[in-house]
Design a protein around this ligand. Structure first.
Ligand code: GLU
Ligand code: MG
Length: 595
C-alpha cells in the first residue's frame, strides 16, 4: 500500500508542519521525472500482480480463529531466505497495513509473451507455499478483516474525530429492526456516529486491514499509459463486483459484498470543513471524496469530454505544472492528488535530493488510493510509465486469482490491439461503483456501459494538446452507453453488446499460443464467464450461503466465533483440495457451485 517506510515516524502535529514542504518538493520531484522520461517510447509490456495475505491461527481446541500479529518477522525471514540472497528469487515480499498482513508479488515482472500466462498460477503457488513454510504449526495464510496502528492516529488527528464506517446490515428474518448496537466502553462518540441498521466501525484497521488483488502494467509510452488508465477505469466497478468476496464485517452479515466503501470510510481523513459540514475556515478545500475512492478525472485526450465530475484542485500547483509545460489533463490530475496532506513522514526523510529521489511525490501519490493509479517511473530506473488496476477483491485460491489477473491483462492486450474505446462519462463510472458493492450486484446490478467499443476515439496516436473536443453532444445524449448486467458485459447479448469474453476469444484465435497455455487461459475465462452468468457463485455469495446454513446461525445477521471458525476451516480445506486436484480445474470449485 506504499507509505510503509523505515525510520522515525512523526506524529500528526509534526507531519502537518511539513505538509507544504512535502507538496512543494513532491511537485519538483514529479517535474524532474517527467522532463527526463516524457519522451520515453517503446518500453515493452511488462506486468505483475500483487496478492495480499492474512496470517491466521486456527485454534482448534477453542474453535476460534485468531489473526497472527507477526507479519513483520515472517516478512524478514521470507526476505532473508529469498530476495536478499538471490536477486532472481521468484517471489518478493512486502509489508502491508496490518501486522497480520503480508503482500507477495512475483520476483520479476511478467513479459509480453502469451506463454507467461501459464506461469502465473505456479508463481502464486510458490508464494503461498513459501510463506506457509515459515509459519508455526496451526498458522496459515488466508483473507479476513482487521485492526489499527500509527497511521490510524494520524488519520484521526487530521480529521479531528474518529472515522465513522457505517455498513448497512443484512436484514435477516430475526435481525432486530431497527438494528441498534450499544457500545459499553463508549464515551458517547460511537453512539453519535453509529447509524441505525448499520454495522459501525471506528478505526482505519477495519478498512485497510482488508486484502485485495492488484495488477500493474508497464505501457510502452506515457500516452499509452494514459489511455490504459482511462479505459481500465471503466472496468473497475464491473470487475470488482465480479470478484466480490467480503460480505461480513465485525461479526455481522452486511448488505454489501465488496470492501471498497469500508476502506474508503476507514481512511477518510477529511475534516468537517472539507466534508462541507462547516464553513471553510482553517482548511483550503471542500473535498468530495475520501483519499481511497474512484478516480476523479480521465487522463487521455479521449477521456477529456467525459470528465464530468467536479474536480477539486490546488490552483497554485496546477499553475506551476502548466507553466512547466505539463498539459491540462495531467496537470489537473496531479493538482488534484496534491490537495491532500501527507499522512506520515519520517524524520530522516524530510530533506531530499529532488533530482534523484521521489519520496515526497510518492508520499502523496501512494496515499491517494484510487481505483486506478497512474505511476511515473522512479528516478534513474529502467522502469517505464505504469498503471495499476486496484479494485479487485482477493480470491480464495491461486486458480481464481490467476484467472482474474489473466483476464485483466488480456483485456489490456485486446484494448490496445483493437484500439477499443470503453469510455463513458466519469459520473456514470461513479454510479457503477456504488451499485457494484451491493449484495449480489454481480447478478442483480445494472451498470452503465458503452455499447460499441469499436466506435470511439483513437487515443494513443493523438497527443492531448491536439485533441479535438467536438463530439460533446454525442457523449451527452446517452446514445453511446446503456445499462447492462454483468452477464451482458462479460458474455455479450445479441443486439446490445458484443461481450468481453467473445472479444478475448476472438483475439486469442488470432494469436500464436501453445496448446497448454491456451487451455489454461480458456479455463480462466470459463471461471469469469460462469461467475458473470451466475453459474458459479462469487466468494461473497458462497460465504453468505455457508453462514446461512450453519446450525449456529439464528437468522439474526450475527457471525459467531464458531461460524467464523467453521467458515475459514472450510475455505482452507477447499483451497487444499483445489491444489490436490491439480491446477486449472474448475472441478475443484465444488463449493462454489450452485447445485
Ligand atoms: N488493502 C488495500 C485494498 O484492499 C490496498 C492497499 C494497497 O494499496 O496495497 O484495497
Ligand atoms: Mg498492498
Amino acid at each position: 500500500m506504499g507509505l510503509l517506510s523505515q525510520g522515525s515516524p512523526l506524529n500528526w502535529e509534526e507531519t502537518k508542519k511539513h505538509a507544504d514542504h512535502v507538496r512543494k518538493h513532491g511537485i519538483l520531484q514529479f517535474l524532474n521525472i517527467y522532463n527526463k522520461v516524457k519522451e520515453r517510447q517503446r518500453d515493452v509490456l511488462k506486468w505483475g500482480d500483487e496478492v495480499e495475505y492474512m496470517l491466521v491461527e486456527m485454534d482448534d481446541n477453542n474453535e476460534k480463529v485468531r489473526l497472527v500479529l507477526n507479519g513483520k518477522d515472517v516478512l524478514e525471514i521470507l526476505q532473508e531466505k529469498g530476495e536478499k540472497i538471490n536477486p532472481n528469487h521468484p517471489t518478493l515480499w512486502r509489508p502491508e497495513y496490518g501486522s497480520y498482513m503480508i503482500e507477495g508479488t512475483p520476483g520479476q515482472p511478467y513479459g509480453g509473451t502469451m506463454s507467461e500466462f501459464n506461469t502465473v498460477e505456479d508463481n502464486m503457488g510458490k508464494r503461498r507455499r513459501e510463506a506457509a513454510s515459515v509459519l508455526n504449526k496451526n498458522e496459515t495464510l488466508l483473507t479476513v478483516t482487521s485492526f489499527p496502528s500509527t497511521l490510524t492516529r494520524n488519520i484521526r488527528h487530521r480529521r479531528g474525530e474518529k472515522v465513522a464506517i457505517n455498513v448497512p446490515i443484512f436484514k435477516d428474518k430475526n435481525t432486530p429492526s431497527p438494528f441498534v448496537e450499544t457500545f459499553p466502553e463508549d464515551d458517547g462518540e460511537a453512539a453519535r456516529a453509529a447509524l441505525p441498521d448499520h454495522i459501525y466501525m471506528d478505526a482505519m484497521g477495519f478498512g485497510m486491514g482488508n486484502c485485495c488483488l492488484q495488477v500493474t502494467f508497464q505501457a510502452c509510452s506515457i500516452s499509452e499509459a494514459r489511455y490504459l488508465y482511462d479505459q481500465l477505469a471503466t472496468f473497475c466497478p464491473i470487475v470488482m463486483a465480479l470478484s466480490a468476496a467480503s460480505p461480513f464485517y465485525r461479526g455481522f452479515v452486511s448488505d454489501i459484498d465488496c470492501r471498497w466503501g469500508v476502506i474508503s470510510a476507514s481512511v477518510d481523513d477529511r475534516t468537517r470543513e472539507e466534508r462541507g459540514l462547516e464553513p471553510l475556515k482553517n482548511n483550503k478545500f471542500r473535498i468530495n471524496k475520501s483519499r481511497y475512492d474512484s478516480i476523479d478525472s480521465y487522463l487521455s485526450c479521449c477521456g477529456e469530454k467525459y470528465n464530468d465530475i467536479e474536480l477539486t484542485i490546488d490552483e497554485d500547483i496546477n499553475k506551476q505544472l502548466l507553466d512547466a509545460g505539463i498539459d491540462k489533463l495531467l496537470a489537473q490530475h496531479i493538482a488534484h492528488l496534491f490537495i491532500r496532506d501527507p499522512l506520515s513522514l519520517f524524520q530522516e526523510k524530510i530533506h531530499l535530493d529532488d533530482e534523484n529521489e521521489s519520496d515526497h511525490f510518492e508520499n502523496l501519490q501512494s496515499t491517494n488510493w484510487q481505483t486506478m493509479r497512474f505511476k511515473p517511473p522512479p528516478p534513474n530506473s529502467d522502469i517505464g510509465w505504469r498503471v495499476e488496476f486496484r479494485p479487485m477483491e482477493v480470491q480464495l485460491t491461486d486458480f481464481e486469482n490467476s484467472a482474474y489477473v489473466v483476464f485483466i491483462v488480456l483485456l489490456t492486450r485486446v484494448i490496445l490491439s483493437y484500439k477499443l474505446d470503453f469510455l463513458i462519462p466519469l459520473s456514470k463510472v461513479d454510479e457503477n461503483m456504488k451499485v457494484a458493492q451491493k449484495r449480489n450486484a454481480v447478478q442483480e446490478g445494472m451498470f452503465y456501459f458503452r455499447k460499441d467499443a469499436f466506435k470511439g476515439c483513437n487515443p494513443v496516436l493523438d497527443p492531448p494538446s491536439t485533441a479535438q473536443n467536438g463530439v460533446e453532444s454525442e457523449a451527452k445524449d446517452g446514445e453511446e452507453f446503456t445499462l447492462m448486467s454483468i452477464d451482458t458485459i462479460i458474455n455479450g447479448k445479441e443486439g446490445v453488446f458484443h461481450g468481453l469474453i467473445p472479444m478475448l476469444n476472438c483475439y486469442l484465435e488470432n494469436m500464436e499460443v501453445d496448446v497448454d497455455t491456451r487451455c489454461t487461459i480458456l479455463n480462466y475465462l470459463k471461471l469469469i464467464k460462469k461467475r458473470a452468468s451466475g453459474e458459479l457463485m462469487t466468494m461473497a455469495k458462497w460465504m453468505r450461503e455457508f453462514a446461512a446454513k450453519h446450525p449456529q446461525y439464528k437468522q439474526d445477521s450475527v457471525i459467531t466465533d464458531k461460524i467464523n471458525y467453521d467458515l475459514l476451516h472450510n475455505l482452507l480445506e477447499t483451497n487444499t483440495n483445489s491444489k490436490e486436484k491439480g491446477k486449472n480445474e474448475i472441478a475443484s470449485y465444488d463449493p462454489f457451485k450452485f447445485a
